[in-house]
Design a protein around this ligand. Structure first.
Ligand SMILES: Cc1cc2nc3c(=O)[nH]c(=O)nc-3n(C[C@H](O)[C@H](O)[C@H](O)COP(=O)(O)OP(=O)(O)OC[C@H]3O[C@@H](n4cnc5c(N)ncnc54)[C@H](O)[C@@H]3O)c2cc1C
Ligand SMILES: NC(=O)c1ccc[n+]([C@@H]2O[C@H](COP(=O)([O-])OP(=O)(O)OC[C@H]3O[C@@H](n4cnc5c(N)ncnc54)[C@H](O)[C@@H]3O)[C@@H](O)[C@H]2O)c1
Length: 478
């Protein structure tokens, strides 16, 4: 009886397109599809505003900028300037939220507000059969084509259950009223390093607990080691080991950590920031009702040029893919998925841009194009220099290293890994060169100002080009 009553209260929507998730990828897909048809609905679970603006890229960079400010003041003595960077944690968070909410989130919400009400549906969507979604408990959506753009969420392992009241993730850390006195940061991924360093520079006693001993954002072992050495010189990092158990008492959260040599250490913290990766929200979508192929680890298989899943009218975009979970990729993928949904069953394959990643640590970490790991074993030469130039000396920022990977025979730039101050800018120049298939020689034809950080790019490309020449000479003589 109850079942029949709830079924009769069920509202059914019949549309051509259903987009699941109103984040960067979903909104990108929406903007394209809504220009062509009125027969669509975008379903959003939780607050509008996107992960990027609310709890991701923007608040993290706002926090890092405050931390950089404190760091510059605290290290200004070197330049003969005496200053103290006294940090007011409440003001740091107030400003962070003000800028985030009034600018980045507000911009996004203005766009969402303009979307006609009949295109928006709130609630968590899940498949209940091919072409059928249930949204919360009261709405059924029947659609011909679907775009899965439902992002990811922080992964928290069970070992943190006993201290959950003191656990923070990137979803909650920006809502703090004040800085904690001490924090354990779990993980040595991008979020852990960016936020861990920022919290440390804002005066929080910060300890970072890693697992693998590697900074996986880079792939060349020497680059990974140097990143660990440089960050470890500033931060309290235990790179290899595992959290074996946790407990809470009135004093705080206790973390018991076993290092690789078997030694255990037990420390108490006000807060624990768990930054151990993100779980794509595909696991909650009821994919078993769709016929889409899913790998053993639960990831959806898709064609990166069309974002199409199996041979079905189902497309995927953004962090939910678990492949390059970065903002510009979500933006591109939302549009590629929309183009292909609109043209279904005829695919319109997109040429994907070369991968680009920047971690906003100090020194920054950046990777472009093919990684060293992908190129290992191929015929490449490596332009390899310390991350320094006259300009870096002026800044007193001479730490790090740059590697540029060239096809040994043609001199074409295939990829690069960078660890250095403001590496993001050189990374973008390299991204331009890689996008256009340029050789080191071609990039070297551009003018370079003196003194500028770009002189380092010139020097590393000269190093790589000379190695290419030696490679050619050696291979000719054989
Ligand atoms: C702390 C942090 C810092 C970051 N910094 C950077 C950076 O500096 N640069 C960069 O390039 N990238 C950064 N990223 C990554 C970037 O934020 C993401 O790649 C991007 O926001 C992903 O967008 P998306 O559209 O895939 O997902 P989202 O914006 O998360 O959108 C997905 C939406 O779908 C909703 N949803 C989930 N399940 C369902 C369902 N079943 N039904 C309906 N709706 C659902 C979710 O609630 C969410 O609102 C950062 C991420 C984090 C967490
Ligand atoms: N600047 C940027 O572009 C930026 C900034 C932040 C986040 N992001 C995006 O968000 C994604 C998620 O970031 P993330 O840092 O959560 O994930 P990540 O995949 O970068 O790092 C997760 C880390 O946690 C470690 N780990 C996993 N389980 C662990 C455990 N039990 N104990 C200790 N360590 C453990 C892993 O070894 C890894 O080093 C990134 O992959 C990135 O794409 C980008």
């Amino acid at each position: 009886m109850r079942r029949r009553m709830s079924e009769s209260a069920m509202k059914t929507l019949n549309v051509e397109y259903a987009i699941i998730g109103a984040g960067t990828a979903g909104l990108g897909a929406y903007s394209k599809i809504s220009r062509k048809t009125d027969s669509l609905v975008m379903i959003q679970d939780g607050p509008y505003g996107t992960t990027c603006a609310r709890v991701g890229c923007m608040p993290s960079k706002l926090m890092i900028t405050a931390a950089d400010c404190a760091h510059h003041l605290n290290t200004s003595e070197f330049f003969g300037v005496t200053a103290t960077g006294r940090v007011d944690g409440r003001k740091v968070f107030e400003r962070l939220r003000r800028e985030r909410d009034n600018r980045f989130v507000a911009n996004n919400l203005r766009y969402v507000d303009k979307i006609p009400a009949h295109h928006k549906l709130e609630g968590r969507a899940r498949f209940i059969g091919p072409g059928r979604l249930r949204v919360s408990e009261s709405v059924e959506v029947n659609a011909k084509k679907f775009i899965l753009a439902c992002g990811s969420r922080p992964a928290i392992s069970e070992v943190f259950e006993p201290v959950m009241a003191r656990v923070l993730t990137s979803d909650t850390v920006f809502e703090l009223e004040d800085l904690p006195r001490s924090i354990a940061v779990i993980g040595t991924g991008i979020i852990a390093l960016e936020l861990g360093q920022a919290l440390h520079r804002l005066g929080v006693e910060t300890t970072i607990f890693g697992r693998s001993g590697r900074i996986n954002a880079l792939t060349h072992p020497a680059m990974q080691q140097q990143a660990l050495d440089l960050l470890g010189a500033e931060l309290d990092i235990y790179p290899v080991g595992r959290v074996v158990c946790t407990r809470e008492d009135v004093e705080g959260a206790w973390i018991e950590y076993e290092q690789s040599n078997g030694q255990r250490l037990t420390r108490m913290f006000d807060r624990v920031l768990v930054a151990t990766g993100r779980t794509p929200n595909v696991d909650r979508l009821g994919m078993e009702h769709t016929g889409v192929e899913v790998t053993e680890s639960g990831a959806v298989t898709f064609d990166p040029q069309t974002m199409r899943c199996s041979d079905l009218p189902i497309f995927i975009a953004g962090d939910v893919t678990d492949h390059l979970p970065l903002w510009h990729e979500a933006f591109d993928e939302g549009r590629i998925a929309a183009d292909n949904a609109l043209s279904f069953p005829n695919p319109v394959p997109a040429t994907r841009r070369p991968p680009l990643m920047v971690a906003f640590t100090d020194p920054q970490i950046a990777t472009i194009g093919q990684s060293f790991r992908q190129l290992e074993g191929q015929e490449i030469v490596i332009g390899d220099l310390p991350f320094t130039s006259p300009r870096h000396v002026v800044w007193n920022k001479v730490q790090g290293r740059i590697q540029v990977y060239l096809d040994a025979k043609t001199g074409v730039i295939l990829g690069a890994e960078l660890l250095g101050y403001k590496a993001e800018h050189l990374a973008h120049l390299l991204a331009l060169a890689i996008t256009h298939g340029m050789t080191a020689e071609q990039v070297l034809s551009m003018p370079v100002y003196h003194p500028s950080a770009e002189e380092l790019l010139r020097d590393v490309l000269i190093d790589a080009r000379d190695k290419c020449r030696r490679y050619a000479a050696e291979n000719m003589s054989h």
